[in-house]
Design a protein around this ligand. Structure first.
Ligand code: F6P
Length: 383
């Protein structure tokens, strides 16, 4: 649906205060289960206050490339548009991890791709469409962008999304619980086939440079070895653990490896690095399974859970925090807040400055109780 002109008086600049009549929502970066629940809560809470709600397609691409969207780069979000979506994976707005307005991939005269700062075009588009505020739903990248917009005067509230759980200043991000639940179920299934064949199964999980998914799924799913980006592993220690198991009569072993894990003195396994997007990690499980088999002589297989961790229905936990985050984001705007991120601080939801939330990545603390629990359960970290 194309955006209709309302005939309201044109604003002269981006308002950081004053009445709100129209807001926009966008979803950026990798999708995560719960996005649609956030959108539903934002829209219903906004409509409830008499605010009009627009959805920007595919990050900010709906503003940059409206011609690519037959129904318009901005869509009206009505009660009808958000009915029955809270349990659905993905995002009804679409998303992209190639549309960073601060580093937009743009072809130069020489035919090569460059990163271009197009942030002022977004500000202009907000002015043109008379949008008073933005709800930015995203991970560290998208919320870092939102922070730049807030500094440029746009009224912005962020909602913390990522299966990786690596955003700071919130106890949890939505999407993480679903990813961990899926990975744990996968581990449960792999135990029986690994045991039947007396194999080592190496399971690669996502998480980028943080080991939250690997740690939580690995401990819950009874892994023998968990390899995290936060603890460089020694392949000798990993193989030693596998052999100890064999000698003790255990017929198989389960290794969970985070995609961002790396060996001592070694590098992360990177698939590709392109202009305008984050590096793609992956391949560590295959490499590790080969090394374990070569060194121990025990047949080894690898499984990459990949995007299965991001797809499908959000767990009840993710659905509920997504709805809570979405409604809280609108309350934040109503209170006159801007440049903040909604954060879970049980039993409540609070607001933290985007500046603080995006300053550093939240990695697994080496002395956290889940690590201590794992060590007490005799799980090896390869250190
Ligand atoms: O940040 C979420 C995430 O799923 C990471 O865990 C992973 O490294 C990355 O996105 C994968 O991105 P893509 O969808 O581009 O393959």
């Amino acid at each position: 649906m194309a955006v209709r002109k309302t005939g309201k008086q044109k604003k002269t600049g981006i308002q950081s205060q004053g009445e709100i009549r129209r807001i926009a929502i966008n979803t950026g970066g990798g999708d995560a289960p719960g996005l649609n629940a956030v959108i539903r809560a934002v829209v219903l809470s906004a409509l409830h206050r008499g605010w009009e709600c627009l959805g920007i397609r595919d990050g900010y691409n709906g503003l940059f490339l409206p011609e690519e969207y037959p129904e318009g780069g901005l869509i009206h979000l009505t009660h009808e548009a958000v009915r029955g979506i809270a349990h659905l994976g993905g995002t009804i707005l679409g998303t992209t991890n190639r549309g960073n307005p601060l580093k937009y991939p743009t072809r130069g005269k020489d035919g090569k791709l460059y990163e271009k700062d197009r942030s002022d075009e977004v500000i202009d588009a907000f002015r043109k469409h008379e949008i008073d505020a933005l709800i930015a739903i995203g991970g560290d990248g998208s919320l870092g962008i939102a922070n730049v917009f807030a500094r440029k005067g746009l009224r912005v509230v962020g909602v913390p999304k990522t299966i990786d759980n690596d955003l700071d200043k919130t106890v949890i991000t939505f999407g993480f619980d679903t990813a961990v639940s899926f990975a744990t179920e996968a581990l449960d299934r792999l135990h029986s086939t690994a045991e039947a064949h007396r194999r080592v199964m190496v399971v690669e999980v996502m998480g980028r440079y943080a080991g939250w998914i690997a740690l939580n799924a690995g401990v819950s799913g009874n892994a023998d070895i968990i390899l995290l980006p936060e603890i460089s592993y020694d392949i000798n220690k990993v193989c030693q653990k596998v052999m100890e198991h064999r000698i003790a009569g255990r017929r198989y072993a389960i290794v969970v490896v985070a995609e961002g894990a790396r060996p001592v003195h070694g590098k992360r396994s990177v698939i590709s690095q392109e202009i305008g997007r984050a590096e793609r990690l992956g391949g560590i499980a295959e490499q590790l399974a080969r090394e374990i088999e070569e060194r121990t002589g025990i047949e080894s297989r690898h499984v990459v859970l990949g995007h299965l961790q991001r797809g499908g229905t959000p767990t009840t936990f993710d659905r509920l925090i997504s709805l809570r985050f979405g409604a809280a984001a609108i309350r934040a705007l109503e209170e006159g807040q801007s440049g903040v991120m909604v954060a879970l601080d049980p039993p409540t939801v609070k607001y933290v400055p985007l500046e603080q939330a995006t300053r550093r990545m939240k990695t697994v603390p080496l002395n956290c109780d889940t690590i201590l629990t794992a060590r007490d359960l005799d799980i090896c970290f390869g250190d």
